[in-house]
Design a protein around this ligand. Structure first.
Ligand code: NAP
Ligand code: F7E
Length: 328
């Protein structure tokens, strides 16, 4: 019989890529959707997956809805991708961010504990938990680097990380944390800097905008391709023992470099269009993230396949097509 996987956050960026990968491995995929007056299936449509998934209702802030879903599906694997995932918005909505990203994970772990205790659980942990933390030896971050989160988002994810470890240790549940560094794609949310730039470049190139306003351009991020990173999530749940893994490319670049490459890809100079704008500065910044994913590479056999320049080109090309189509 096909394995059953429940994916929360199915309408986001990672949900569709993970669903695509699980379907290719023969899984039956259930996608959780919260109550919304007008749910947006655009990302699933982009990968042509709308009709491949069985949808279940549920919200991370509503424990009973999670219990109902887990009891109904009794999944072999649960991937918790749902979150208020925008760091920049987490100061204004710190309570909501905590309720979804921290307590929501406790609710989900309880639902699994009561109704599907042998189910394997993946928690979407993040490099934002490291914040200012740097590995003393190489200036990178790995599984042993101390956490020093710099936003309500980062703090909420530290709680969820430790609760996942705690349920593993307390109840012998197969619960794993993937500590993923930034990963992007053509279906990245428009508020994140990579997609904001690729969309801005496309609109400027096609004559629909004149400027692009950005915040801190010195920030360094380790950017990979989401399609690669979801494969690491799946691999983590196929191991003999549950564990936590950093997933990253090991290379980082500044926001300025991303913008420079994106504009260059369409034959423009970023300096002519980008304006720095204090509205996009954060109260506390994470200046430098670069992940050491040696453990995932050795134990999971995972490797990233898309280079930084190819990722930038992929995103800009996709937005050029989108903007053109929308305005045709
Ligand atoms: P995303 O595009 O923001 O998707 C998050 C999804 O969570 C959305 O579909 C959203 O639903 C859903 N959601 C929000 N609140 C919910 C709630 N209360 N109950 C149920 N669902 C809810 O995020 P992503 O980029 O795919 O990232 C997936 C996960 O990995 C997130 O947990 C994120 O924090 C984490 N992460 C991401 C990165 C990265 O670089 N992308 C790196 C490390 C970790 P709606 O569509 O209804 O809004
Ligand atoms: O910002 C700077 C900003 O919002 C990246 C989430 O998926 O990855 C993501 O979090 C950097 C920051 O992503 C703008 O200050 C400059 O230093 O694209 P971002 P993020 O905050 O790194 C982690 C791993 C997650 O877990 C999160 O869920 O870019 N920046 N100017 C800007 N950022 C935005 N959004 N907009 C700007 O105009």
């Amino acid at each position: 019989m096909a394995k059953k996987a429940l994916v929360t956050g199915i309408l986001g960026q990672d949900g569709p890529y993970l669903a695509q990968h699980l379907l290719s491995q023969g899984y039956k995929v259930y996608g959780m959707i919260r109550r919304y007056s007008n749910p947006n299936f655009e990302n699933l449509e982009y990968l042509n997956l709308m009709n491949e998934i069985e949808y279940v209702d549920g919200d991370l802030t509503d424990e009973a809805s999670l219990m109902g879903a887990i009891k109904f599906i009794r999944p072999d694997e649960v991937y918790n991708l749902a979150a208020q995932s925008f760091v920049g918005g987490s100061w204004e909505q710190a309570k909501l961010t905590t309720e979804v990203n921290a307590l929501g994970v406790l609710h989900l772990l309880n639902a699994i504990k009561y109704f599907a205790p042998t189910s394997r659980f993946y928690q979407a942990s993040t490099s934002e938990m490291f914040g200012l933390g740097l590995n003393k030896h190489d200036g990178m971050q790995d599984e042993g680097t101390p956490f020093h989160p710099r936003s309500p988002y980062g703090v909420s994810k530290v709680y969820a990380y430790w609760m996942t470890v705690n349920y593993r240790e307390s109840y012998k549940m197969f619960a794993a944390n993937g500590i993923l560094f930034n990963h992007e794609s053509p279906i990245r949310g428009i508020q994140f800097v990579t997609r904001k730039i690729s969309d801005g470049v496309a609109r400027i190139k096609l004559g629909f905008a004149k400027e692009l306003h950005l915040g801190n351009m010195d920030s360094m991020r380790d950017w990979g391709f989401a399609g690669d990173y979801v494969k690491a999530m799946h691999l983590m749940l196929q191991q003999d023992e549950p564990d936590d893994y950093v997933v990253a490319t090991g290379e980082n670049h500044s926001v300025r470099e991303y913008a420079e490459l994106a504009f260059k890809h369409v034959g423009l100079n970023w300096k002519d269009y980008v304006k720095t704008d204090p509205r996009f500065q954060r109260p506390a910044e994470v200046p430098n993230l670069k992940g050491n994913s040696e453990k995932a590479r050795k134990k999971l056999g995972w490797e990233p396949t898309v280079s930084f320049p190819d990722l930038v080109a992929m995103m800009v090309d996709a937005d050029l097509k989108r903007v053109e189509k929308r305005n045709r």
